[in-house]
Design a protein around this ligand. Sequence first.
Ligand code: TRP
Length: 329
Amino acid sequence: MKVRVLSGVQPTGNLHIGNYLGALKNWVKIQYDYESIFCIVDLHAITVYQNPQELRSNIHQLAALFLACGIDPKHSSIIAQSSVPGHAELAWMFTCVTPLGWLERMTQFKAKSEAQETIGDGLLQYPVLMAADILLYQAKIVPVGDDQRQHLELTRDIAQRFNSQYGETFVLPETKLPLVGARVMGLDDPTTKMSKSATGAGHAVALLDPPAVIRKKIMRATTDSQPGVNFESKGAGVENLLNIHQAFTEWTDDQMRAHFEGMRYGDLKKTVAEAVVDGLMPIQQRYQEITADPSIITAVLKEGALRVIPIAQATVELTKQRMGLYSLV
Ligand code: TRP
């Protein structure tokens, strides 16, 4: 049996080249070696208010982008989290085995709750729901960025606590992350990771940005005070641009050095911008084709849900049995 991999992406904000080069591009490459589930985590999105129409359309857009990037829905399951009841069911059962202190300690909870006037209970429960996403399918590998590491540790803690209270039930997911891609930094600030929630207009290149916008953003990217590329001492901004280029083109280190050593920053940026435009073009074309027929996405989300629901249901039933809850089956 193939190892099961699960990852979740919130249907908020625009997917950008950091998401693509850091994660999606690799998932596409390795998808046939694993059994993958790509979860569009709409229940996580509503931990802060979402406009209902926008949320619905973001779910469709994200699913279309997964397809456009090359996820094969015949093999990998693309699901909307809220379409599989087991996520919310298991989350409640986990809520009841999770000490409040564990949740209050989460750095993301602390950061997000500071920014809110009233703190919804959902924000506190966020990592419990994430644990449910993962353990519902007994996923072994969870490819996420560093910012999610603490949540993954919590998932293991919850699984362990459940197992010790109610008997061996859950497989602990691995926290080591074998599927690492490029780490893309913000164009306007190369010391922070490129982020969907950053507000600066020049921060990220979105996967659906038109070529003119891509060029403009990259031409304005932060570099440093040297006149041109010096591989012996690269500033963070130049390093980021080179990484982006290499991740799109898959050039070797030698090719990169031969081409870019000594190049002036203006020319470097032009070259990188063209590599990004070229790299995104096929994705954008496929996206247009896919979204021209809305029934494609609804069918893919249905196919994914129908494939995973039996797995989810089996876990919910087992968990209920362990806890002594009531079941009609
Ligand atoms: N919290 C994750 C993020 O913001 C998204 C997520 C929800 C997730 N459930 C998941 C990631 C399960 C991996 C596995 O990036």
